[in-house]
Write a protein that binds this ligand. Structure first.
Ligand SMILES: *Cc1c(COP(=O)(O)O)cnc(C)c1O
Length: 394
């Protein structure tokens, strides 16, 4: 339905299913099981379930299906499977297609839990991993082996907002016969069309911009019908990573306003970044929408805007960073992101605390680095709050 619709229309209508009551808003089918009129129907459904036929909510549910179809339509992909969290999506997208003896090439700048899966869990099951500098296409090429099965990356990266050339990595991945899995959370489905750029599988933590109002965990894996049904579904169905129907409904409602929220948040982020460039208390302002961003040219090609996230590196390290965080009045200290509420986090002591000093150094996570997720408040209030907090301790 609606393949020729623009994204904003898909976000509101794609995948809608209506019951016999003709409800306007999507219904919450808060049921884990389904009943059959007779034994023959049950038997037939276990052989093959049709489009509108469900067996058990771990396999699928009408409300969850609406969310899956809306996300697949938005991404321009054939199918999707929703999961209980973003990490359940990452886990399933990787483990469902890998086995002992396979090789994975991964960008080294990863969300903490993604890094744990790729660095600690995969090797435990006999999968070799090579980490590369994601922005260096030659490094991806050089890492390819005859048993390379998966390329994995996040762009923009967390927390230093490096941007990886998805189309460039996709060309190398295709030539190597590998499956390119892209975690597109930071860039959002609004600003970066990873599937169209050549990714084979796209993952979201719906917990972030898709909910966008701090309520539920959720995730989704998007890809071809063949991948979703013949590789992923069997793994997820039997390992229990299914999304709750209630949470799927919250995400559906989030999608209706996703475009408006992301655009408003990105516009404020751009204003804030511009107001901070050259500030005497900062070593660096990192925002992909700034002309001085190291991948500014790629950002123009690959992303519609600079996104909703900023990172700043304060002179004076941890002491200055903590003083700044504690002086903020509107920005809340939280490791979430993509929310209506503006949030700040100090990666070195929270999200990236587990990493060694050497790893943090190689990722540019300095003691003065603060990650900023720009929300929906008035942009002038946000700018004043940041500038006042930077002034504290003069
Ligand atoms: C938050 C996040 C995840 C994990 O999502 P959860 O919903 O918290 O499980 C994965 N990747 C990135 C880039 C994230 O920001």
């Amino acid at each position: 339905m609606g393949n020729d619709w623009t994204e904003r229309t898909k976000l509101v209508h794609a995948g809608a299913r209506r019951s016999q009551y003709g409800e306007m808003s999507e219904a919450i089918f808060l049921t884990q099981g389904f009943v059959y009129p007779d034994a023959e129907t049950a038997e037939a459904r276990f052989i093959e379930a049709g489009e509108d036929e469900f067996i058990y909510a771990r396999y699928g549910n009408p409300t969850v299906r609406m969310f899956e179809e809306r996300m697949a339509a938005l991404e321009g992909a054939e199918d999707a499977f929703a999961t209980a969290s973003g990490m359940a999506a990452v886990n399933a997208a990787l483990f469902s297609q890998l086995r002992a003896g396979d090789h994975v090439v991964s960008a080294k700048a990863l969300f903490g839990s993604c890094l744990f899966i790729v660095e600690n869990l995969l090797p435990r099951f006999g999968v070799d991993v090579t980490f590369v500098e994601g922005t260096d296409l030659e490094a991806w090429q050089a890492a390819v082996r005859s048993n390379t099965k998966v390329f994995f990356l996040e762009t923009m990266s967390n927390p230093t907002l490096e941007v990886i050339d998805i189309a460039g990595v996709a060309r190398i991945s295709k030539a190597a016969g590998a499956c390119l899995v892209v975690d597109n959370v930071f860039a959002t489905p609004i600003f970066q069309r990873s599937f169209a750029l050549g990714a084979d599988v796209v993952i979201y933590s719906a917990t972030k911009h898709i909910d966008g109002q701090g309520r539920c965990l959720g995730g989704i894996v998007i890809g071809s019908r063949d991948f979703i049904r013949n590789t992923l579904e069997g793994y997820l169905k039997h390992t229990g990573g299914a999304l709750s129907p209630f949470n799927a409904w919250v995400m559906l409602k989030g999608l209706e306003t996703l475009d408006l929220r992301c655009r408003a948040q990105a516009a404020s982020a751009a204003m804030l970044a511009e107001a901070l460039v050259g500030h005497e208390k900062l070593n660096r302002v990192i925002y992909p929408g700034l002309p001085q961003h190291p991948q500014a040219e790629l950002v123009r090609r690959q992303m519609e805007t600079g996104g909703t996230m900023i990172a700043v590196d304060l002179k004076g390290g941890k002491t200055a960073a903590f003083r700044f965080l504690n002086a903020l009045k509107i920005f809340l200290i939280s490791n979430n992101l993509g929310d209506a509420k503006s949030l700040v986090t100090h990666p070195a002591t929270t999200t990236h605390q587990r990493l060694s000093q050497t790893q943090r150094d190689s990722l540019g996570i300095t003691d003065g680095l603060v990650r900023i997720s720009v929300g929906l408040e008035g942009p002038q209030d946000l700018i004043s709050d940041i500038l006042s907090a930077l002034d504290v301790g003069n």
